[in-house]
Every structure is written in C-alpha cells, then in structure tokens.
Design a protein around this ligand. Sequence first.
Ligand SMILES: [Zn+2]
Length: 315
Amino acid sequence: MLTLAYYVPFMPAEALRLCRDPRNEGEVRGLAMSFRPGSHALRKVHKPLRFCPACVMRDVRHEGEAHWRRAHQLDHVSACWEHRLRLSEWDQSENTPRLPHELEVTRSSGSIGDDEAWFASVSKQLLDGSHEASSVRKRSNIYRVRATRLGYSESTSGMVSCITNALQERFGSRLLNSVFGGHDVPCVAATVRRVIGTSAAQSAHPAAHLLCIEVLFGDLGIFFSGVFGTKGNQLWKAQREDAKERSSGISSGQTGIHRAIFMQAVKTYGPSAMQRLSVEHPVCHAWILHNDRRWAASLIRAAEQAQWNSLHPAG
Ligand SMILES: [Zn+2]
C-alpha cells in the first residue's frame, strides 16, 4: 500500500479500483494514536509539527479532540490542502507531547499563494494515492518530449535504444532482470518500447515506468527543490534566455558558445554540471550530448577529482 501512490499513474483504471482499500480513504487515523501524549513515536520526530487551525476546530466539533495529519507534515508543505490556510507550527522540544487542540494557536497566521496550495494538494494526493490513472497518450507524449530534450533521437527506435542504453548504464543486471525479465538489449528494449508507446493493451509493468522515469527525469529533482526559492526564479530566467538564444539562432552549431556555457556550469556546479545544464540550458545540454560528449565527460571527471581532493585533504 505504501508504494501505491507511485504506481497509480501507470495502472489501468480497473486495476486501480480493485486495489484501493476503502479503509485508507481520507486521513489515516492510525497516526493520531501513535502521536498521543507520552508516545515515543512523537519524540522521535525532531522537526516542528504542523497543524491547520480550521482542521483543529472541525475535529474538536466532531470528535472532541484534534489529531495530527500526515499530509501537513510532509516536506516543504506549508498549507492545508483542504482549507488553503497557512499551517501553524509547534516546536516539540518546548513541551511534552500534545494534541493540536491543546495548543494555544487558534487562528491561521497568514494567506498562502497558489503555488503553495497546489503543492500541498499534490503532496496529499501522492500520500494516499488518490490521483487518477493518467492517459496513455499524454504519458507517451511527456516521455517523448523529454527524451528529445535530452538529445535522444526523435524516431521511436532511436529513442528506445537511447533509453535502453541509459538504463543499462544506470542500473545493475539484477534489477534489470527483475523488472524487464532480462538485462540484454532486446529484452530491455522491448519493454521500453511499451513504456513510451501509446497502446493501452500493451502496457508495461509500473516498475518499468519508474526506472524509465528515473533515467529521463531523475536529474529534475533539483528543479523541484528550487521551485519555491530564489533558485526557482533563476531557473525560469535561464530558461527564457535559452529560448531567446534558440529563436535568434545564435547557438546552433557553434562549438565555442556551447563549450563556454558548459565550462561555466562546471565551475559553478562541479560534477553535477550536466544535470543542471539539462534544466537551465536544455539546448546546450542536447548539443553537448550529441557532439561533445567525450570532452564534457573529461571535464566532469576532473571536477569529481577536484571535489574528492577538497573533501579528503592529504594527511
Ligand atoms: Zn485544514
């Protein structure tokens, strides 16, 4: 049940209905029990606990006491997905464990932005797997657009072979065997073809989707972590500039410009330069992959060595 949320987007709607347990709908009450005063479970959580004053009022009205909600404790969640209110925080280190209705705060401490509300509701959906299965066609399109952005061939067979290569580079044969039923090229490629295909009848196992997502989108984690900070704004700016560059045609086929952008990225981000480049300068990233892969790899290796040396000074 814990991993269901990750599988939902790839499951046929029928299978999804069968596997959902109605007892898991809505908020899970079990955690409220483990969060009772004096409980060890509560003391193990060191970050402040968050609660929504409107949820607390409703709980008290209906049940006489309030409980902690899992969806409010998720990383980076700052709003109640249901009431669109900013969550209040309680620092556990100050007092003995308590339930939310025993705390002094009765009003929400401010309004929230649309992005915070969106993030809170998506987090909640991921938590309990309540989002719907996605459309095969839409999914296929997302994979293809991303693969093209990474510089992979736009033809289906070219794309399949690039993704297969990436899977073999990234994952060991044991994992590939268990997910793809074999680790050799024909075996993996046959499943990859189903993953990025549009046929609902020939759907691939959700685990195969997850591995493909990891090789296609794994480096975007850094983007999501920057969405709410100034970093996020810089990313948008960089992407706009990149689009401008593309439309003016400056960057097409010019080794010097791409190498300069790449070297700047290595200077700023070290060994993770390639990942950052794919987010901030996708055109340059694709160009380097196509034309200058070896040169780029040697620079990354040098950056890795430099990082290692600085972390492990001699003696
Ligand atoms: Zn609420």
